[in-house]
Design a protein around this ligand. Structure first.
Ligand SMILES: Cc1cc2nc3c(=O)[nH]c(=O)nc-3n(C[C@H](O)[C@H](O)[C@H](O)COP(=O)(O)OP(=O)(O)OC[C@H]3O[C@@H](n4cnc5c(N)ncnc54)[C@H](O)[C@@H]3O)c2cc1C
Length: 380
């Protein structure tokens, strides 16, 4: 039996499951199939940080209480060279192993009427019979390649699980590496290590860096050594070390016209400042699912791309320009330090930076002013 239906979604991670939820919310009678090469629950290398905005989006399609049984994370600590800021976030976030989060999202999609089929897609041609195809097949997307869409800058990161050190419960810690080659390696900057408390005695710990054209990708040993340098002791007792690529977003993103829509990592949507991608995956997944359902209902599947572009522009266009600029600025250690000092002085600056890094925030005028003032102020 062919696993293809009117709306066929390739990949059942957060982007694919959200596409199914968006489509079934728009048209509860639409046949929706989610294809994934893996059985669920399945692991995915990730920092497991889930912004509260993700839950807001899911509530919009009737998925409520998804993480009610999880311990929220209230505090974010950002440091570089031993200095930085630790503050309560405006709204708590969650740290949820992807074996848990993704399985729950797939269950929600199935409860909404989507069918999950285990199947590895090798080529777009297999999906000719589908009216609309959503490519939610992650960082190494087969569908992106089939559409001939270019891959932008990519980062590589590794994560594992280790006991949460005493005193760091309820906290997401990020430690930035040296910038401007200040770590004496002249390596790709900025880099960062993290330790995110899961609330169950374990923390998700990891380290990531930008890949540079013409340079060999860092080995697992090097990534772990850099993690240990930035967060001493964090790898002790660690298990489940898995690395993965992060396709970083650029200033401009235009979904293609037509019946094949790319979402989440397959669309190259990972925040270049923070490596966050789940918010974009859910936001674009929901929008693509709705666009597909509307296009099919209108008898014009080829209009799906145009509808998807129209729906995502207000969410992403300005935000992506601002994160591209912010991530370029962060390559300067002086700017990064100025941002940390300004956030330490003013909760609003901190909140604006968090919004830019986790969801759809932008460089607000007050954030820009605070950064400039902090940058120009003499430091001790
Ligand atoms: C180390 C690391 C840390 C990160 N930390 C965070 C974080 O803390 N917070 C955050 O928001 N983001 C983080 N990210 C980014 C986040 O993991 C991704 O942005 C997110 O997983 C994107 O979701 P997705 O659904 O687009 O893709 P995925 O989650 O990768 O799902 C893709 C699905 O497609 C399936 N698939 C792939 N190819 C095929 C095929 N050919 N046929 C059928 N199925 C296929 C896969 O099995 C998979 O289930 C991190 C990434 C890494 C690597």
């Amino acid at each position: 039996m062919s696993p293809v239906t009117a709306l066929t979604i390739v990949g059942a991670g957060p982007a694919g499951a959200s596409a199914a939820l968006g489509a079934r919310a728009a048209d509860p009678s639409l046949e929706v199939t989610l294809l994934d090469r893996a059985d669920f629950p399945r692991d995915k290398s990730c920092g497991d940080g889930v912004a509260p905005h993700v839950l807001d989006l899911l509530e919009g399609v009737g998925v409520t209480g998804l993480l009610d049984d999880r311990e929220p994370v209230t505090t974010l600590s950002l440091t570089r060279g031993g200095r930085g800021v630790e503050r309560l976030m405006a709204r708590p976030a969650y740290v949820v192993p992807r074996t848990v989060l993704d399985a729950r999202l797939v269950e929600a999609a199935q409860a909404a009427g989507a069918t999950l089929v285990r199947h590895r897609v090798r080529d777009l041609a297999e999906l000719d019979e589908a009216a609309v195809v959503v490519g939610a097949d992650g960082a190494h997307s087969v569908l992106r390649k089939a559409l001939g869409q270019p891959q932008g800058a990519t980062a590589l990161a590794i994560r594992g699980y280790a006991p949460t050190p005493a005193g760091h419960e309820g906290t997401q810690r990020i430690v930035f590496g040296g910038a401007d080659g200040a770590d004496g390696r002249g390596g790709p900057q900025p880099t960062y290590a993290w330790s995110f408390d899961r609330g169950d005695g374990l923390a998700n710990v990891g380290y990531g860096e930008l890949l540079r054209d013409g340079h060999r990708a860092p080995t697992k040993a090097r990534l772990l050594a850099r993690l240990e340098e930035l967060l001493p002791g964090s790898t002790a007792g660690g298990t489940d070390w898995v690395g993965h690529h992060l396709p970083l977003s650029t200033a401009h993103w235009h979904p293609a016209d037509g019946r094949v829509l790319l979402v989440g990592d397959a669309a190259g949507l990972v925040n270049p400042m923070t490596g966050e991608g789940i918010f974009y995956a859910v936001a674009t997944g929901l929008a693509a699912g709705r666009a597909a359902a509307e296009a099919i209902a209108a008898g014009d599947p080829a209009s799906a791309g145009r509808r998807y572009a129209r729906a995502t522009r207000p969410i992403l266009a300005r935000h992506l320009r601002h994160t591209a600029l912010a991530s370029r600025l962060c390559r300067s250690g002086r700017v990064l330090d100025a941002g940390l000092r300004a956030s330490a002085r003013d909760q609003r600056v901190f909140d604006d930076l968090v919004e830019l890094g986790l969801a759809r925030g932008r460089i607000t005028p007050s954030l820009a002013r605070a950064l400039a003032t902090s940058y120009l102020a003499p430091t001790r």
